[in-house]
Design a protein around this ligand. Structure first.
Ligand code: FEO
Length: 171
């Protein structure tokens, strides 16, 4: 059975993952408002990823005899200065998530909770990918300087992103 300290940390992070999804969904709505359906699609797939991250925590808590509980979700911004500014916000947010995941790992080690350590390791790896995906898009935006033609091409490319539940990939 999971101890109270680790149960609380995972519950807090579960709400934070839902908050992350909420931010990405708001970013998707912003991209849609700019008539960039491909960018909006990327954000909405990310929203699904974040909800998956939360669902995985829910299932883990239940499996360990814990109780999933939910905190208040703050209101996300409605707009950003530019597409690049939204992705920079996403990167900043992902770095906060990484810090929180690392804190859970550190606590699991201190608590001698090897099951949580093993569980949270999936998120440690996932965060490397989360940050890298956003960094790549920011680099591309810098390359094309958000020019009309470049944005059109990138929008077409990002339209191809689909949500694949990581379990199906064997994670
Ligand atoms: Fe669930 Fe984007 O971190």
């Amino acid at each position: 059975m999971i101890n109270k300290k680790m149960e609380k940390m995972i519950n807090d992070q579960m709400s934070f993952e839902i908050y992350s999804g909420y931010i990405y969904l708001a970013m998707g709505a912003y991209m849609d408002s700019l008539d960039l359906p491909g960018f909006a699609n990327w954000m909405k797939v990310q929203w699904q990823e974040e909800f998956f991250h939360a669902q995985k925590m829910y299932a883990y808590l239940v499996e360990r005899g814990g109780r999933p509980t939910f905190g208040a979700i703050p209101e996300p911004p409605k707009t950003w200065k530019s597409v690049k500014a939204a992705f920079e916000h996403a990167l900043e947010h992902e770095r906060i998530v990484t810090g929180r995941i690392n804190d859970i790992m550190t606590a699991a080690i201190k608590e001698n909770d090897h099951a949580t350590r093993s569980f949270i390791n999936w998120y440690v790896d996932e965060q490397v990918e989360e940050e890298s995906n956003v960094e790549t898009i920011i680099k591309r935006l810098n390359m094309i300087k958000e020019s009309g033609e470049g944005m059109f091409m990138m929008d077409k490319e990002l339209a191809a992103r689909v949500f694949v539940p990581p379990v199906a990939q064997g994670a």
